[in-house]
Design a protein around this ligand. Structure first.
Ligand SMILES: NC(=O)c1ccc[n+]([C@@H]2O[C@H](COP(=O)([O-])OP(=O)(O)OC[C@H]3O[C@@H](n4cnc5c(N)ncnc54)[C@H](O)[C@@H]3O)[C@@H](O)[C@H]2O)c1
Length: 347
């Protein structure tokens, strides 16, 4: 049997083993395709009945070994397992770091495989927590399935899926090409469907074993998902669509204890999207004369800060506070939470 097939089978077993060990999800399971000496031997069919509690190793015939280990609670997200897409840089990197700092094992997933690997290594070193990286394209179904299987084989399940990867291709109706429109739609809209389809599979398996257990799908949306964005309709349209998916997934997944919520941040003015000295939005807007009278990058920045009642751009910690709220609360789903310093208000 190919390794990829073994991992696919393992991804259906590990989440159940994990919850048998701790119904609160305070356990980890690591899968290795080889047979470990001393591991209890069994078959796919009877693996769950062989498990008797406590830390141990189980070898499943023709598949591989599941090493089960308990995690002791301490940090607020101790024992939790998360995937953050697009986490090699920007908001995603900050979210992955925050989760790890609070005891969560993380998969740093990004199309930029080298950047993801470096970020995962940095997180492991800094927080002493297990982090893996997966090179993944969120618009490609096979790549997304692999991202979820790799995470489940490394850690044993999945509790928090953060759909963060996103791109911007701004432009007026005259400027926008169909190709760019479809690119934005595929990354910012369609990928949320593809990722959720695969991310909820281990979550459902966990719930089969632990009927009270709850998991989270979190979409990093945008204030542009709540109100239109001038000459940026491809992005705003995809983000509006993301709210529709969030609400619909929330209805479908509520019976499985999976909450689905979106966070709608304001402009992350310190992040690479805005501040990159060569292709960041500050430089682009200055060169395009988008901000009337602006002569420097500082002028462009001041223009955008002045739009925010609380007077500054959105920061990573504003978003991670919303993430912690979403994960800790147990009675809200299908919501879109603005994190905009008052720039966008719900009605
Ligand atoms: N920057 C902002 O001002 C802002 C504001 C509101 C919401 N957001 C949202 O936050 C999220 C992150 O934005 P950011 O500013 O940190 O972006 P960023 O450009 O700094 O990082 C995005 C990451 O996603 C990765 N990525 C892009 N396409 C991918 C794909 N197909 N598969 C896998 N990875 C892919 C990139 O390699 C990159 O590492 C996005 O969904 C964005 O819409 C950003």
């Amino acid at each position: 049997m190919e390794l990829i097939e073994k991992k696919s089978i393992a991804a259906k077993i590990a989440p159940k083993l994990r919850m048998l060990c701790s119904a609160e999800g305070l356990a980890g399971v690591k899968f290795t395709a080889d047979k470990k000496r001393g591991a209890k031997e069994t078959t796919v069919e009877s693996v769950l009945s062989v498990y008797e509690g406590g830390a141990e190793e189980i070898y499943v015939e023709n598949v591989g070994t599941f090493s089960i280990y308990p995690v002791y609670p301490g940090a607020s997200l101790a024992g939790k397992i998360a995937i953050v897409t697009g986490s090699a840089q920007g908001f995603g990197a900050g979210i992955a770091e925050y989760l790890a700092a609070n005891g969560c094992k993380v998969c740093v997933a990004d199309m930029n495989a080298a950047g993801a690997e470096a970020k995962a290594a940095e997180i492991s070193e800094k927080y002493g927590i297990e982090a893996i990286s997966v090179g993944a394209n969120v618009t490609d179904e096979e790549s997304v399935k692999n991202m979820v299987d790799e995470t489940v084989c490394a850690f044993g399940g999945l509790d928090i899926f953060v759909n963060n990867a996103g791109i911007v291709r701004a432009g007026s109706l005259e400027e926008m090409t169909k190709q760019n429109f479809e690119l934005v739609t595929s990354v910012d809209y369609t990928a949320f469907f593809i990722c959720t389809k695969y991310a909820v599979q281990p979550m459902k398996l966990q719930r089969e074993i632990a009927p009270e257990y709850m998991a989270d799908v979190i979409e990093i949306n945008s204030k542009s998902g709540l109100e239109g964005s001038n000459k940026n309709f491809a992005y705003a349209g995809a983000k509006f669509g993301g709210i529709g998916l969030t609400q619909s997934f929330a209805l479908e997944l509520a019976p499985y204890g999976i909450k689905v919520n979106a966070i709608c941040p304001g402009n992350f003015l310190d992040g690479p999207l805005w501040s990159d000295p060569e292709k960041g939005l500050f430089v682009q807007y200055l060169n395009a004369g988008k901000v009337p009278g602006a002569k420097t990058i500082a002028d462009v920045r001041a223009f955008y800060e002045a739009k925010v009642p609380l007077g500054r751009g959105c920061r990573v910690e504003d978003v991670t506070r919303a993430i912690l709220y979403i994960v800790e609360q147990k009675y809200e789903t299908g919501q879109a939470i603005p994190v905009t310093g008052g720039q966008t208000m719900l009605n």
